[in-house]
Design a protein around this ligand. Structure first.
Ligand code: NAP
Length: 315
């Protein structure tokens, strides 16, 4: 068996991402041991009950002996958590995070820097709409991207720290890319943040209509709507923090989106079938490109459990 990348890692925030890292680090031998801390006492006891690692009752005890500390808390909590963690960490250890917004994460982590630890922000492009320690699973990061956004002009040993962190995520099954933080935030604004905003909004609109239509919206939700409901079931704290901290990039995308939506609205109003057909054809080809790139499965997904004994004819 290959040596672990880190003798010990510490995970702060034992939710979906923290728990998945804990499981994957053990399953793929990326860490010799895993210590965990979560601000919530309930989460700590749930994490201990499912055997996620050595759960500590205070953050200092969790991070003290770790070679790498991974902050897996909502983006808005990064600054105070980093400020508390850094003075208790070993000299030469790595501090990273998994936050979905990187410019703000870089400044939150860098604000805590004391020159003794290496700060390397990161973001796994993997997740589900579930939260909490029980939602974590070891294969979450397999064949997914992991983006590192190293800080500029760092001292001795920094390049080696970045390489070790890259080796850790590679061991978990991810493909690691290095990117400028601002570029990360612009790309993720369109690929992740705006789609979530649209999902939250369409579900809210439908919820209002539900009252008017007396139950018909939920009853017939098998159409495109159900895919939006899955995305809109994501954690409200996490997403509140994403929008508050990636404001400029999201507003820029939203402006473009609104213009394109207005063009479709106009085409519908004036019976311009050619515009509608051309736009939908272009969208379909993008879906095909995503499947061809291995970023989604082209398998039929009609979102229902079949009654026992019924055969799925698509299989
Ligand atoms: P989650 O399941 O809600 O877990 C977050 C955990 O952090 C919760 O247990 C929370 O406790 C705890 N926490 C909050 N504030 C804390 C603090 N000050 N100190 C210690 N623990 C604290 O959320 P998640 O989905 O794992 O997301 C965690 C991070 O990963 C976020 O920054 C998010 O942007 C990023 N991310 C998420 C996804 C995704 O798909 N979910 C994908 C990539 C990256 P309470 O519940 O008691 O507040």
């Amino acid at each position: 068996m290959t040596d672990p990348v880190f003798n010990q890692i510490a995970i702060v925030g034992a939710g979906l991402i923290g728990a998945s890292i804990a499981r994957a680090a053990v399953a793929y031998g990326a860490a010799g041991s895993v210590s965990l801390y979560d601000a919530s006492e309930t989460v700590r006891s749930r994490a201990a009950a499912i055997g996620l690692g050595d759960v500590a009752d205070d953050l200092g005890a969790a991070v003290a002996d770790a070679d790498c500390v991974l902050l897996c808390v909502p983006v808005g909590a990064l600054e105070p958590v980093a400020a508390e963690a850094v003075p208790k960490m070993k000299a030469g250890a790595i501090l990273t995070d998994v936050g979905s917004v990187k410019v703000q994460a870089a400044s939150a982590l860098a604000a805590a820097a004391d020159g003794r630890v290496h700060i390397v922000p990161g973001h796994p492009i993997a997740g589900t709409e579930q939260s909490g320690p029980e939602a974590g699973f070891a294969t979450l990061f397999r064949n997914a991207w992991h983006i590192l956004t190293p800080l500029a002009e760092q001292g001795e040993g920094y390049a080696e720290a970045v390489s070790r962190l890259e080796a850790f995520w590679t061991r978990l099954g991810a493909t690691v890319e290095t990117m400028d933080a601002a570029r990360h935030d612009r790309v993720l604004a369109i690929t992740s943040h705006l789609p979530h905003l649209i999902a939250f909004n369409i579900v809210a609109t439908a919820f209002d209509m539900e009252t008017v239509e007396e139950g018909e919206v939920v009853k017939y939700s098998a159409g495109g709507f159900r895919d939006f409901t899955r995305i809109a079931a994501s954690d409200p704290v996490m997403w509140r923090d994403v929008f508050l901290n990636n404001k400029d990039a999201v507003l820029e995308c939203l402006g473009r989106f609104s213009e394109d939506l207005a063009a479709l609205q106009r085409a519908i109003r004036w019976g311009d079938g050619e515009t509608l057909f051309n736009e939908f054809t272009r969208a379909r080809s993008i879906r095909k490109a995503i499947i061809d790139a291995g970023q989604d499965s082209g398998a039929v997904n009609f979102g229902r459990n079949l009654p026992k004994g019924d055969k799925d004819e698509s299989a």
